[in-house]
Design a protein around this ligand. Structure first.
Ligand code: N01
Length: 528
């Protein structure tokens, strides 16, 4: 019998194993893929790289690790991130407790024994006192049910299920469906190789330049000179990163137009998410948001030479409402003669044909189809498992109206089950490794407390869960987030209930709430 079974060997599962094992617990990680690395194993499309600088998107739990690991670029590429995950697995001797190529297909809570009974696709039955779901909020790829998709005669590639051998697009006529972060990263690279590239855009994306390049040695040295203090400062930031830049002291509209423009220009030159942090109210005040959005629309009009194409690329929803894309040459790609933008906002894809697709009654031809159509976020990874809590309650039924949860970590009716970077936590708005380390440390503290007090189970109460979801909704209502169709809301998946799933209140306030619950003897939980 295990103390803890962890599902997933991405960054969450790796740190979970290290932390819980070092507490003397018997821990086993089950991973469906043939490798550790999670999202960085799966998302290997051309151009895949992190959108938060690597000195901040990396583990902080071990000072020797953060001192010794050297990132070659400001924003690490997928292969480098995968090397990092493998390095961590070796360095902390994690592999002996990780079973690869094994998928958890069922987990049922046995009320008599107060144990989780877990079944894998290798017909193995395991039991554990606790289960930690470390499967990531974005691990269930969304393939839209386009009629005729199976009749397409060329390759169909999904950005999140990319082949492991290199794909050569030279001489090919390629289509990309989608213009989210994955598409924004892969489009410029595929465009350089393909004979033609047609991009089917349902909603234009806001993209800001990464200004990626080799990591500056002086910056690395400066941060490493006192890395723990840098990490601590970041943990006090709303997003868990970005402590080197503070917002303007005044709200956007109290600043003169010239000064506002100067601030935006400075942030554009720095690149990445820094633009959204130029002013404190970008995500909470519509007029402030529109000033920032209009600045980016101005950049699009400057970069893209054809005014009609530029206009089609200009988003009209609030900036940051869908996750901001961080790009390298995205808009400029539309100046290439071999690239065509097809706006399908008002003319959804009707069907895929053997040699193309039909939208707005018109057929477009191509021989390779790339679906960069995102994920069934937050709920998809859990609901595809036969996951049942007390009384055989299936997670799909529990979450029929949306992912109810308490502290983003637990679900009423599912005792001793913890979820990492899920709905109800700030993870989607945080450098995810900051969220992972926070969650794992909280869970480790909780398990230690239960064991020290001789308790067998911990379970969120329905009252605490309802209050937590209401708190999350109330915060979301004060922001721009409800005003577009994002995966945060489940709006990208046909038929999914619309509920704002992540918590928008900022990491420090969230971490305080979690700490307070623990300090008060796990307030909001039933403990037996
Ligand atoms: O997915 P998305 P993603 N017909 O959902 C379109 C992280 N990430 O894989 O906007 C036509 O953002 C859809 O259109 P619309 C990051 O958190 C990070 O790109 O729903 N189009 C959209 O354009 C990110 O936010 C990095 O109208 C359809 C696109 O497909 C998250 O993962 C890199 C459609 C999907 O965009 C998801 O990003 C990559 C349909 N039926 C990902 N269905 C980094 O930079 C969907 N679309 C670290």
């Amino acid at each position: 019998m295990l103390d803890v079974l962890i599902v997933g060997a991405g960054f969450g599962g790796l740190y979970g194993l290290h932390k819980l094992r070092s507490q003397g617990l018997r821990v086993q990680v089950i991973e469906a893929a043939p490798s550790v690395g999670g999202t960085w194993w799966a998302n290997r499309y051309p151009g895949a790289r992190v959108d938060i600088q690597s000195l901040e998107y990396s583990y902080s739990f071990d000072d020797a690790l953060q001192q010794q690991w050297h990132w070659s670029e400001r924003y690490a590429s997928q292969p480098e991130l995968l090397r990092y995950a493998n390095h961590v697995a070796d360095r902390f001797d994690l592999r002996r407790d990780i079973r690869l190529d094994t998928r958890v297909i069922a987990a049922h809570f046995d009320e008599q024994a107060s144990l989780w009974r877990v079944l894998t696709d290798r017909d193995e039955a395991l039991s554990a006192r606790f289960v930690v779901m470390a499967i990531g909020p974005l691990s269930s790829p969304n393939t839209p049910a386009f009629p005729g998709l199976d009749t397409f005669t060329g390759p169909v590639l999904h950005s999140a299920q990319w082949p492991h051998e290199p794909v050569d697009f030279s001489g090919r006529d390629v289509a990309v469906v989608g213009t989210g972060s994955s598409a924004v990263q892969l489009i410029p690279i595929v465009a350089e190789q393909a004979r033609t590239l047609t991009v089917f855009q349902r909603t234009p994306a806001y993209a800001v330049p990464a200004h990626n390049g080799p990591l500056e040695p002086e910056r690395e040295a400066r941060i490493k000179a006192d890395y723990p203090a840098f990490r601590a400062r970041n943990r006090r930031m709303r997003a868990g990163f970005g402590c080197e830049l503070t917002p303007h002291p005044l709200p956007t509209m109290q600043v003169g137009a010239e000064e506002r423009e100067r601030q935006f220009e400075e942030r554009w030159a720095i690149g990445g998410f820094s633009l959204l942090g130029a002013f404190v109210d970008t995500l909470t005040d519509m007029r402030a948001n529109d000033a920032c959005a209009e600045f980016v629309r101005g950049k699009i009009r400057q970069i893209v030479r054809d005014p009609a194409v530029a206009e089609a690329l200009c988003p009209t929803h609030p900036i940051g409402c869908k996750r901001l894309c961080v790009d390298t040459g995205y808009y400029a790609t539309y100046n290439r003669p071999n690239v065509t933008l097809v706006d399908i906002g008002d003319a959804p894809i009707e069907r895929v044909t053997p040699r193309g697709l039909v939208s707005g009654g018109r057929e477009f031809g191509f021989d390779t189809l790339i679906l960069a159509t995102g994920f069934d976020a937050f709920t998809g990874p859990l609901t595809r498992i036969d996951l049942r809590g007390r009384g055989g309650l299936h997670i799909r039924d529990k979450w029929r109206g949306g992912p109810l949860n308490y502290l983003g970590l637990t679900v009423a009716g599912f005792p001793n089950l913890f979820n990492l970077v899920g709905a109800g936590s700030t993870s989607a708005f945080t450098s995810v490794i900051v969220a992972i380390e926070h969650h794992v440390d909280w869970i480790a503290g909780c398990v230690a407390w239960l064991d020290a007090h001789g308790h067998a189970t911990i379970e969120a109460t329905e009252a605490a869960e309802s209050a937590w979801v209401a708190y999350g909704n109330a915060i979301a209502q004060q922001t721009v987030f409800p005003h577009c169709n994002s995966w945060y809301l489940g709006a990208n998946i046909a038929g999914k209930p619309r509920m704002f799933m992540p918590l928008a209140g900022g990491f420090p306030a969230y971490a305080d709430r979690c700490a307070a619950a623990a300090r008060e003897g796990y307030a909001g939980f039933a403990i037996r």
